[in-house]
Design a protein around this ligand. Sequence first.
Ligand SMILES: C[S@@+](CC[C@H](N)C(=O)[O-])C[C@H]1O[C@@H](n2cnc3c(N)ncnc32)[C@H](O)[C@@H]1O
Length: 336
Amino acid sequence: MNAPAALPDPGAIMRLSTAFWDSQTLLTAARLRLFDTLADGARGADEVAAALGLDARATALLMRALAGLGLLRPEGDRFANTPEAATFLVSRSPGYMGNVIRYSDQLYATWGELEQALRSGRPALAAQTYLGDDPARTRAFVVAMHERAQGIARALVGVLDLAGRRSMLDVGGGPGTYSVLLTARFPGLRAEVVELPGVAAVARELVAEAGAADRVAVRDGDYRSADFGHGHDVVLMSGMFHRETPAACRDLIARAAACLAPGGLLVVSDVFTDEGGATPAFAALFGLNMMLTAPDGGVHADADVRRWMEAAGLRDMRVQPLPPPMPHRVVTGVRR
Ligand SMILES: C[S@@+](CC[C@H](N)C(=O)[O-])C[C@H]1O[C@@H](n2cnc3c(N)ncnc32)[C@H](O)[C@@H]1O
């Protein structure tokens, strides 16, 4: 008699079915600023509960769960921040990621509406809410992009050589962080950010705060119709293809190619999948996240972007991943 075939392991499915426990534990602790209460050293759950106005028994359960997730370290009956929590989750730390986490927190309820979005084909969250209509959410979105961009732009500086380039158009440049950091890294480079008015207003504040208003201009505009000008050395399109259909991306690439000087560089940076769209898993999930939050939101394959650049007459296309933990890839092409 043949031995019965071994059943596949259900462990991964079981883990996925409760993965939201992990997220909500982190998001809630970050929202409560629990990690701040441990910034000066280990404390017991009772003390933390009293400091935050929480129930002591529930707080002890939360802190043990955070320890299980590697964010706290038990020391007898007290808990300390791990190095990761101290660096990224304490608000006075220069590496604080609170705004990025707050943005994920705001999307938690939106993800709960995945089924409705699949039925209707429409985003669960109206994009205008965070792109101008609701000033508080718009500011939160722009500040979260700014925080995240600081890490990404530093990585981008490592893979892009813009030495000798003088004029950069930063299409959908959000908080302007890339323009600020790239113009600081490459002296002589000036940038113009094109952004929706509600976002542009916050971007102007951030650019001024960074002391970069003399080299980074922010222009109100809809990139679907705005005049891109001409003779630019660099066009940067970062984190916007995931809001657009393939046809719109092709149009943006064609207009970018047309506004570059000969030898000018088009830089498209985003989360991209491999050919086929299913890997990396984070990128495929990111497509769902964008479907939930933008009318044409999704994710593209970097190979498609490369083909669209080729069709627009660009040459010397390159695809480079940003260094981990960034999930982004950068596709570049040069105008003939
Ligand atoms: C994910 S953000 C990326 C921002 C920035 N480039 C970065 O990588 O950090 C996408 C940006 O596109 C902007 N955007 C969306 N639709 C736009 C449009 N039609 N015209 C101009 N900007 C737009 C949004 O306001 C947002 O700042």
